[in-house]
Design a protein around this ligand. Structure first.
Ligand code: IMP
Ligand code: MG
Length: 186
């Protein structure tokens, strides 16, 4: 087992263990494999947060698929969504007529996803759905309900398994709640 004790002092508690995540990712992969049978979906990850989740998820999907990535401007160092969203890296391929499944790390206010989904929808995909690992429904500012959701979590700032604070903690294989003192002192 890799030793991630360097993050312990920054975490209030571990919310989801490596095993919790593994089991859920397998479940999501099975559901997607079933629902997209014969459709060769294009799975679109949102960088950088979904990188780790996406890598595990596609390996639990047992039907043909293709992948692509978009990068979107994010919070910077703050923990609150600005609502100002910008595509920094667009898709490599057109999605017209494709079954597109957007993979996100966490849906919080929903502002990021609302913007991206409206943008992608205008390109004429055959279908457009969302798979998120985490959902914080209590924080929602726009009406977005993910089609696939791993875990509903409380209104806490979480890190690990791709999720960051100021670009740190993405490499943790589990998800933890960040101590308030880490971001409130700034
Ligand atoms: P939204 O636009 O408020 O839904 O924000 C979505 C994005 O904010 C996610 O893709 C994450 O990058 C980031 N985010 C929201 N909540 C958290 C969190 O608890 N930890 C780390 N990143 C978060
Ligand atoms: Mg982020």
């Amino acid at each position: 087992m890799a030793d991630f004790s360097f993050v312990e002092q920054d975490l209030a508690y571990v919310l989801l263990s490596e095993d919790d995540i593994k089991a859920k990712v397998r479940e999501l992969g099975e559901a997607i494999s079933r629902d997209y049978q014969g459709k060769r979906p294009m799975v679109v990850g949102i960088l950088k947060g979904s990188l780790v989740f996406m890598a595990d998820l596609i390996r639990s999907v047992t039907i043909p698929l293709s992948i692509d990535y978009v990068a979107i401007s994010s919070y910077g160092r703050s923990t609150d969504s600005s609502g100002v969203v910008r595509i920094i890296k667009d898709l490599d391929e057109p999605i017209e007529g494709r079954h597109v499944l957007v993979v996100e790390d966490i849906v919080d206010t929903g502002l990021t996803l609302r913007y991206l989904l409206d943008n992608l929808q205008s390109r004429g995909p055959a279908s457009l759905k969302v798979c998120t690992l985490l959902d914080k429904p209590s924080r929602r500012k726009v009406d977005i309900v993910p089609d696939y959701n791993g875990f509903e979590i409380p209104d806490e700032f979480v890190v690990g398994y791709g999720l960051d604070y100021a670009e740190n903690y993405r490499n943790m294989p589990f998800i933890g709640v960040l101590r308030r003192s880490v971001y409130e002192q700034e």
